[in-house]
Design a protein around this ligand. Sequence first.
Ligand SMILES: Cc1cc2nc3c(=O)[nH]c(=O)nc-3n(C[C@H](O)[C@H](O)[C@H](O)COP(=O)(O)OP(=O)(O)OC[C@H]3O[C@@H](n4cnc5c(N)ncnc54)[C@H](O)[C@@H]3O)c2cc1C
Length: 390
Amino acid sequence: MYPYASPDYFLVDDLLTEEHVMLRRAIRDWVERAALPVIEDAAQQNTFPQHLIREMGALGVFGPFIPEEYGGAGMDHISYGLIMTELERGDSAIRSAASVQSSLVMFPVFEYGSEAQRRKYLPALARGEMIGAFGLTEPNHGSDPGSMETRLTRHGGRYELNGAKMWITNASIADIAVVWAKDDEGVIRGVIVEKGMKGFTAPETKGKWSLRASVTGELVFDGVILTEDHLLPGIRGLRGPLSCLSSARYGIAWGALGAAMDCYNTALRYAQERHQFGRPIASFQLTQKKLAEMLTGITQAQLLAWRLGILKDQGKATPAQISMAKRANVDMALRTARTARQILGAMGITGDFPVMRHLMNLESVITYEGTHDIHLLITGHDITGIHAFH
Ligand SMILES: Cc1cc2nc3c(=O)[nH]c(=O)nc-3n(C[C@H](O)[C@H](O)[C@H](O)COP(=O)(O)OP(=O)(O)OC[C@H]3O[C@@H](n4cnc5c(N)ncnc54)[C@H](O)[C@@H]3O)c2cc1C
C-alpha cells in the first residue's frame, strides 16, 4: 500500500482538515480491503460487484453532501471529492456507481423532489438498499440532450411515458431511475420511474471494452403510466439535468485524480524495480521525463480540484469552471494512464497491474458527462459569449 497522500508533491494535504484526512483513510482502507480483491476479476468477467453497494452505503459514500435528516452525511464538497478520488483509485466503475447514486439520483430528488419523495427515497439510497439510475442520453441524442425524444403525455391526472434512454449506468440493476422527458408543452420534466412498472424494461448493454466492472444498459418506456407523485415538482427545463451533471462532473474532476495517482504510483514502483541494460529503467532520462510529467499533471489537477471544492462550498463554482476541471483532470488522467502503461512494457497490458484497466475505464470517463470536446466548447462559450455548438 502506498502512503495515504501519495503523491502529494505540493503538500495539498496541509490544506485539508483532520476530518478530511480521516475520511480519506477510511475510504482508502475500504477500497483496499473490499474492492481491490474483486475488481480485476469483475472487470475481466464484465460484471458489477453488486455486493459492494450495501458496503458503500454503510461507509457513507452515497450522498455525503445530503443533509443527515435524509440519510446523507452533511459533508462539504472537499469531502465528496476525496471520496471520489479514493473510490476511483480502486476503479472508475466503483466511483461511477457512487457518482450516479449521489449526484444524479439523490441530488435531484433532494433539490427538486417533494418532501414525500425525499423521505421515501433518500434514506434508502444513502444506505445502498436502493440503487438509482439517471436517464438522459438517448440513442439519437447524446451531446444534445435538449433534442430528446422521450415524451411525457398527460391524460387527465395521469401521465404516459414513452421513449428510450441509452448508455445508462446501473440501468438493469436500478430500483429507481430519474428520467428526463418532454411534456405536452415541450418542457423537460424529471420523473421517477420504479423497477417493475408495467411497460418499463432495462436491458443490459454487453460487449464494452471500458468500464467493464460497471453495469450499462437501456431504459425503455412503452406506455409507462405515472401519477403526479412520480414527477419532480421543483424543476422544469434543461437546467434540471444539467445541474445534476454539474454535481457529477465535479466529482469526476476529483475521481480521475485517483485513477491517475494509482497509475503513477504503479509506474514509479515498477520503474524502480525493473532492470534493463543492467540498470533500473527509472535511471533512464526518458523514463524520468515520463514520471516527472505525470507528477506535474497530477499536482496541477490536485490544486485545481481543491480550489474548485472551496469555490463549491462557498457557492461560487460555475458550471463552466466545473467543465474546465472535468475536462482537464480526465485528460490528464488518461495521458497518465497511457504513459504508465508504456513504462510497464508488456506487463502493462496484463491484469497483474491496474494500469490497463484504468486506461480503458478512462476512455468512458472522457466521454460521459459531456465529452472532452463539448467541455472545451463550454469554456469557449464562457470566454467569448458565442455558442459554437451549432
Ligand atoms: C460507460 C458509459 C456510461 C454512461 N452513463 C450514462 C448515464 O448513467 N446516464 C446518461 O444519461 N448517459 C450516460 N452515458 C452517456 C454519455 O453521457 C454520452 O455518451 C455522452 O454525453 C456523449 O454522447 P454520445 O455518446 O451520444 O456522443 P455524440 O453526442 O454523438 O458525440 C460524438 C462525437 O461528436 C462530438 N460532438 C458532438 N457534438 C459536437 C459539437 N457541437 N461540436 C463538436 N463536436 C461535437 C463529441 O464530442 C463526440 O466526440 C454514459 C456513457 C458511457 C460510455
